[in-house]
Ligand binder design. Structure first.
Ligand SMILES: [Zn+2]
Ligand SMILES: [Zn+2]
Length: 247
C-alpha cells in the first residue's frame, strides 16, 4: 500500500472516538470515517468521508497525493450544487468551477477538494429551487433569498476548517478569488500560506462572464437578461480575463 493511503487510513483509526469542543457557532466536530480510492476522469484521487456531530450532511474530501502532515497544500472548497455539478445547469457556474478545481489539483503533486454538502449557499435544494422560481418571476438572487427568509449567504466554513485540521494539513494555498473566504478560514485556525487564483478555462458556456465583466451589483447577467447565482462564493475568473482588484 502506498504511503499516502496508509496515512489516510491511520486517520480513520485515530478519529474513531474523536470528540472536541467543536468550531464555529454550531460547535461542529467531524470525524474521518472512511477512505477509498477514487479514480476519476480528472485524475486519481482518494475520497475521504466525514461524519459530523450536527446534522446528517456527509461531507467529503477528494484528495490527491500525500496531504497528511503537509504544508502549502493546494486546496479548493466547493459547495454542493446538484443542478450545476450533476445536471450541468447554466444558471450558475458550479460545474465549471468544480471541474477546473479537480483538473488543476489532479495535475499537481498534492491537493484537496473539500466537497461541502451545503446546497444552494446553505439553504438546501428545495429552497434553492424556490429561489429560482422567484427569479423566474423577475427577482434577483439576493431578493429571492430574502423573500424566502434567508440571508444572502448561509454558508459557514467551520466544517471545512475542521476537515482540514482532521487531515492534519499544516497550511493551505487556497484556490479562490474570494479574500473573505480566506479570512473566515483563518478565523477558524487554518494557516493560509497563499492563494491560487481559481481560473476557469473559457468555453461557450462561460462566455457570458467574459462579456459582462462589468457585473451589476455583483451579479452576472446572461444574454437573456437573467441574473445568475454565484453559488460558490467566488467571483468568476475566466482565463484571459483580468482579475478584479479588491480591497
Ligand atoms: Zn472535533
Ligand atoms: Zn450552482
Amino acid at each position: 500500500m502506498t504511503e499516502d493511503k496508509q496515512a489516510l487510513l491511520e486517520l480513520v483509526r485515530r478519529d474513531k472516538d474523536h470528540e472536541c469542543p467543536g468550531l464555529g457557532a454550531q460547535k461542529v466536530c467531524v470525524r474521518i470515517v472512511s477512505v477509498a480510492d477514487l479514480p476519476s476522469r480528472f485524475g486519481n484521487f482518494r475520497i475521504v468521508a466525514f461524519w459530523n456531530n450536527r446534522d446528517a450532511k456527509e461531507h467529503v474530501a477528494i484528495v490527491h497525493g500525500n496531504v497528511v502532515g503537509a504544508s502549502q497544500v493546494p486546496t479548493r472548497i466547493h459547495s454542493e450544487c446538484l443542478t450545476g455539478d450533476v445536471i450541468g445547469s447554466l444558471r450558475c457556474d458550479c460545474r465549471d468551477q468544480l471541474e477546473a478545481a479537480l483538473r488543476k489539483i489532479g495535475s499537481l503533486d498534492r491537493g484537496i477538494v473539500l466537497y461541502l454538502r451545503q446546497e444552494g449557499r446553505g439553504i438546501g435544494l428545495i429552497n434553492k429551487i424556490r429561489a429560482y422560481a422567484l427569479q423566474d418571476q423577475g427577482l434577483d438572487t439576493v431578493e429571492a433569498n430574502l423573500a424566502l427568509g434567508f440571508r444572502d449567504d448561509e454558508r459557514d466554513y467551520a466544517v471545512a476548517a475542521h476537515m482540514l485540521h482532521s487531515l492534519d494539513v499544516k497550511s493551505v494555498r487556497l484556490m479562490t478569488n474570494n479574500p473573505n473566504k480566506i479570512r473566515q478560514l483563518e478565523g477558524y485556525g487554518v494557516q493560509v500560506a497563499g492563494r491560487i487564483p481559481h481560473l476557469l478555462p473559457p468555453n461557450p458556456h462561460n462566455r457570458f462572464y467574459l462579456e459582462t465583466k462589468a457585473n451589476r451589483s455583483g451579479h452576472y447577467i446572461d444574454f437573456g437578461g437573467k441574473p445568475h447565482v454565484n453559488e460558490q462564493s467566488d467571483p468568476v475568473l475566466v482565463e484571459g480575463m483580468q482579475e478584479p482588484t479588491r480591497h
